[in-house]
Ligand binder design. Structure first.
Ligand code: C2E
Ligand code: CA
Ligand code: CA
Length: 637
């Protein structure tokens, strides 16, 4: 009888070779696409390695059997042991994997590992004894292979029950479709194995373990390239940065931001994607492109592979200028190097965003030491803002109300003022609005600041009234974003009522919005609060895309002409005429006109000639603490 049929059933190595090949492919793909090295990822990688080991052992097992027969006895035994042990370690790792990805509670996770561990250890120890002892159990004789009780099958069934129970238990912890995907592959794997057993085959035994592994890879760990762009998902960046930090590999980065796509959440057009891909691969060696968000790309390159990176940067920028003339999309480019200050991708991205805030469109910025210091400062301010938001104290001492008096031309005295916010923080001292208002707006903290300023202003107004000061009202700035909040009117009216001052002693300054739906909301809110007597000012007129028609539809009391119009009116007589005519138009429609940023007598005279009712600016006073309004308002006789 030929040995082949005596010892080995209809085994063909193709199944195991394929299994190994697939494992290698998965590893290669993962290596080139930088996958987030989570705990589940490490377990997954270990599973792959054991699968490869099992396949090799199995191929070895049958090869030795076929060629050496009885002489190969002990080698065959060891290979079989390695194969069985690997498979049961894989089973155990499957148990761990499910527990990790579903965030199983500690107790259950421990129990499942414990039961799995016992099955695995039992099978391995049994196999070990079974193989070592040549009198019984697994041995090769002239008559063929002799085996003891089929403990492998017992272990296999035990694990199918354990894993099945686990998968059913965690059914509410993972997204249904993902779970069904796993159910299907497990059922397929078990069926495949059963069919093989019944048909006296074993070529696909190890291959059947591959099925759930492929599902795991595809669902949980694939981080595919955007083939068009050649970019990687942003989560991969974290991993890369950590890797470079650990290995102390210095790297540089280049960020391209295009606000048009960012605002519309639109993908960049195909021709542009093509260009970005070409750029990301042509100028630096081994550079990787990450797609941060719509319209924001980040290219990372190591300095070691690109020692002449400065030259490369200048050539990429030169080529970029040419492309710009083709696409004509506004951009901001930031170029920098790794720093110890930033430790993960989120920090790099918020650092770059903080730089964007102070950058003009279509400029390139090379990161400096000062940017880092500014970022530290900003991070500190943001922490304080978060705390202000968290504690929700309307009298929070960190928020200061400064005030700038406004001159009423008809009355010939200061009778109103604008409240302007400052922060007073321990580490920075006084912080000005340009350094915290955008931050507060971006992070959703602006409304609490408005409430604090309004509360403090109302308190000051109450005291000034009680002391007999003669003034009409004080205005407070409100951010357009806040109006969308459904409780906006309730919050504002609540604070005014609490302070027991009449609603007409305060005003709200709003800037115009471009959006139709924003406009409708603004109209609603103004009308609701007007009923309480609150006055409304249109702030910064002349800086936005003003539609006079729309403005006139809103019941504003005062139109504040921005300082840029005051400056323009000084530049030539034509500009002065335009500004003057607009002001006249408003005045005729019963809006009062206020000029902001009146710095000297020249400004003052021009503004008075251009239908001004009110004047505000450094000529009269810089913003001062609200208590100092006593110096500007007169006492009633
Ligand atoms: P804004 O509402 O247009 O405030 C007027 C700004 O112009 C103030 O700057 C003021 O100090 C400045 N200013 C006044 N007179 C002159 C002048 O003669 N020449 C020049 N060049 N500037 C003058 P500030 O206080 O730094 O505020 C800047 C912006 O921050 C404000 O612009 C406003 O948009 C925002 N802001 C200030 N306080 C608040 C607040 O409580 N809430 C909200 N949402 N925004 C605020
Ligand atoms: Ca204002
Ligand atoms: Ca203004």
């Amino acid at each position: 009888m030929p040995l082949q049929s005596l010892y080995a059933d209809n085994y063909m190595p193709v199944g195991d070779v394929l299994t190994m090949a697939v494992c290698y492919v998965i590893i290669i793909v993962m290596f080139f696409s930088f996958i987030k090295r989570t705990r589940s990822f490490r377990v997954f990688l270990t599973i792959l390695l054991f699968l490869i080991l099992a396949s090799m052992a199995n191929i070895g097992y049958y090869t030795v059997l076929e060629h050496m027969g009885v002489q190969g006895g002990s080698i065959v035994g060891v290979l079989r042991l390695i194969m069985h042990a690997s498979l049961f370690i894989i089973f155990f790792l499957f148990t761990r994997y499910i527990a990790i990805v579903t965030d199983l509670n500690h107790k259950l996770s421990l129990w499942s590992s414990f039961i799995g561990g016992i099955i695995t250890c039992f099978v391995i120890i049994w196999d070990l004894v079974d193989t070592l002892d040549s009198r019984w159990g697994f041995r090769i004789t002239e008559a063929g292979i002799q085996t003891g009780p089929n403990i492998f099958m017992f272990g296999y069934i035990a694990y199918v029950i354990l894993l099945g129970a686990l998968l059913i238990y965690v059914r509410n912890r993972i997204y249904n479709r993902v779970l069904y995907g796993f159910y299907c592959t497990v059922i397929l794997a078990v069926s495949l194995n059963m069919i093989q057993r019944f048909s006296g085959q074993s070529s696909l035994m190890i291959g059947s373990f591959l099925l759930p592994v492929i599902a795991m890879f595809y669902i949980m760990h694939s981080n595919p390239y955007d083939v068009r762009l050649g970019s990687l998902n942003i989560s991969a960046m974290d991993d890369m940065i950590r890797f470079y930090r650990e290995k102390k590999v210095p790297f540089g980065y280049m960020s391209l931001f295009m606000h048009t796509f960012s605002e519309n959440h639109a993908p960049v057009p195909a021709s542009m994607q093509e260009t970005i891909r070409r750029f990301s691969s042509s100028y630096f060696r081994d550079a990787r492109l990450f797609h941060v968000s719509s319209g924001h790309f980040l290219l990372i390159y190591t300095l070691k592979r690109n020692p002449d990176y400065e030259k490369r940067i200048s050539s990429i920028l030169k080529a970029f200028t040419q492309e710009y003339s083709r696409f004509k999309q506004d951009y901001k480019i930031v170029i920098g190097r790794c720093t110890d200050q930033l430790s993960n991708h989120n920090e790099y991205i918020s650092f770059i965003r903080s730089i964007h805030r102070n950058m003009a469109e279509n400029t390139v910025h090379f990161v400096t030491e000062k940017d880092s210091a500014d970022y530290d400062r900003e991070a500190y301010i943001l922490r304080e803002l978060t705390d202000i938001y968290r504690v929700r104290r309307l009298d929070d001492p960190r928020v200061l109300v400064y005030c700038q008096p406004v001159y009423n031309i008809r009355l010939g005295r200061y009778d109103t003022a604008e409240a302007l916010m400052r922060l007073n923080l321990k580490e920075t001292g006084i912080v000005y609005p340009d350094q915290f208002i955008p931050l507060a707006e971006e992070n959703g903290y602006i409304h609490i600041l408005t409430q604090i300023i309004l509360h403090k202003t109302c308190e000051a107004v109450r005291v000034l009234i009680a002391e007999g000061y003669n003034f009409t009202r004080i205005s407070v700035n409100v951010s357009a974003l806040e109006l969308k909040d459904q409780y906006f009117c309730r919050d504002i009216s609540g604070i005014i009522e609490e302070s027991e001052i009449p609603g007409n002693r305060v005003a709200i300054e709003l800037t115009e919005s471009q959006d139709e739906s924003d406009f409708l909301i603004m109209q609603q809110r103004i009308n609701e609060l007007k009923d309480l007597g609150i006055k409304f000012y249109l702030d910064d007129f002349g800086t936005g895309y003003s539609s006079l028609e729309r403005i006139m539809q809103l019941p504003f009391d005062i139109i504040k002409f921005d300082r840029s119009l005051v400056i323009a009116s000084a530049s030539n007589s034509r500009s002065a005429q335009i500004v003057g005519n607009m002001a006249k138009l408003f005045a005729e429609m019963d809006f009062s006109v206020l000029y902001e940023g009146v710095e000297d007598s020249g400004d003052e005279h021009r503004c008075i000639a251009m239908s001004a009712s009110y004047l505000q600016g450094f000529k009269y006073s810089r913003p001062v603490p609200i208590d100092e309004m006593r110096h500007f308002f007169s006492l009633s006789a």
